[in-house]
Design a protein around this ligand. Structure first.
Ligand code: ARG
Length: 284
């Protein structure tokens, strides 16, 4: 007799792929301006605790076998810890960021200097406002290699076309409609080379239709997951590094065959970011 157990229904073991990342310690992290609904300039921030939590995140990525490069934090750039916003790198081409708000504008130069100092990357300077991986995601094995791009709050749609031209990849424009989810990377995440997870309510009806057509097997997050910044995760294809507030979504990931690794980043949430915001992926 054939007995099918619950285990047999779990997809075959997901395979991790070693990655290279770029991070920046929150040594100067404070909330002294508010450019997203999560930032409250009157709430106290414990910078030392933010650094400790960030360091656990960095060490977690290293322990998972990944390479982590770091940028030198700069005084006066409190959001520099959110290194995912500095560029979007695909196949060794780094399409640079051009920040929406003047408070963050100077971060772009630090990222540019990083890419220009390394032979393996070709840096493309942007003319259009875009916040790097905050609003761009890449799936090497979906539809031959496509980028997803958010607009509505930060990145300009014109930057999506500029990125397509810089990278030679299709870029799918998705409209964000909820200010709490002002960047693509708090509304949608790449789980492996071909699949995503997302919170439908963060997108316009039409964009929800586009996503459903491209990713029929996507893992769906609910509003509570999205509010916990569950989607602001970093996956290597198997290990999914996600913040400790997101236990409910972590269970959904386990059911889908992934391996969640929980890290506490509560202090950085006061800036409106979590795991993914702190980690830019360098795709050679
Ligand atoms: N305070 C930062 C801002 O509003 C947070 C950026 C979060 N980064 C991200 N990739 N979503 O710009």
């Amino acid at each position: 007799m054939l007995i099918v157990t619950e285990r047999d229904l779990i997809p075959t073991a997901r395979r991790p792929r070693p990655r290279a990342y770029l991070m920046c310690a929150p040594e100067h992290f404070v909330v002294e301006y508010a450019i997203n609904p999560w930032m409250d300039t009157t709430a106290p921030v414990d910078t030392a605790l933010a650094v400790k939590q960030w360091d656990v995140l960095r060490q977690t990525m290293v322990d998972l076998g990944h390479t982590v490069h770091v940028l030198t934090p700069q005084a006066g750039l409190p959001d520099m810890v959110f290194s995912a916003n500095g560029a979007f790198v695909v196949d060794g081409v780094a399409y640079g960021a051009k920040f929406r708000y003047p408070q963050r504008a100077d971060e772009a130069a630090a990222h540019r200097a990083f890419y220009e100092s390394r032979d393996e990357y070709a840096f493309v300077a942007p003319t259009q406002i875009n916040e790097g991986e905050g609003d761009f995601a890449y799936l090497p094995d979906a539809h031959g290699g496509i980028a997803l791009a958010g607009y509505g709050f930060r990145t300009e749609p014109a930057a999506h076309a500029e990125a397509a031209e810089a990278l030679g990849r299709p870029v799918i424009s998705l409209k964000l409609v909820d200010p709490r989810f002002y960047h693509l990377d708090v509304a949608l995440t790449v789980l492996d080379d071909e699949n995503i997870a997302y919170y439908p309510g963060a997108f316009s009806e039409a964009s929800q239709q586009v996503i459903a057509q491209l990713f029929p097997n996507a893992v769906i997050a609910d509003e509570a997951d999205a509010l916990a910044f569950a989607l602001n995760l970093v996956s290597d294809g198997r290990n999914v590094v996600i913040n400790t507030e997101s236990t409910a979504f972590a269970e959904k990931l386990t059911a889908a065959g992934y391996h969640p690794v929980l890290v506490d980043l509560a202090e950085l949430k006061k800036g409106g970011g979590s795991v993914k915001c702190c980690i830019a992926e360098l795709r050679d």
